[in-house]
Write a new protein. Structure first.
Length: 92
């Protein structure tokens, strides 16, 4: 079980990966200037424009007890799906 972010300061890019079972969460936000990520949902409060509650996610959470897709409770913040990887090289 793992979720990690590897930063390459020399090339100014990062690599994110999440395990296949998705036990550890990895949240991210993409804006025009940068990619922000944090392994814990508690870090979401420090990101830009993340103070708005995502009301669209509430019915799914109340019905099933979790959010199954990429949505989170903060608008603009998404979670990396289990077994997926992501890089920010596409900015260049």
């Amino acid at each position: 079980m793992f979720a990690f972010r590897h930063l390459e300061s020399r090339y100014e890019n990062s690599f994110h990966r999440r395990d296949r079972l998705g036990i550890k969460p990895l949240y991210y936000q993409i804006d025009a200037e940068r990619l922000c990520s944090d392994r814990k949902s508690s870090g979401a409060g420090a990101w830009r424009d993340s103070s708005q509650f995502n009301r669209a996610a509430l019915p799914e959470y109340l019905a099933f007890g979790y959010l199954s897709g990429e949505e989170s409770f903060y608008s603009g913040i998404r979670k990396l799906m289990p077994g997926h990887t992501m890089t920010d090289r596409s900015r260049w």
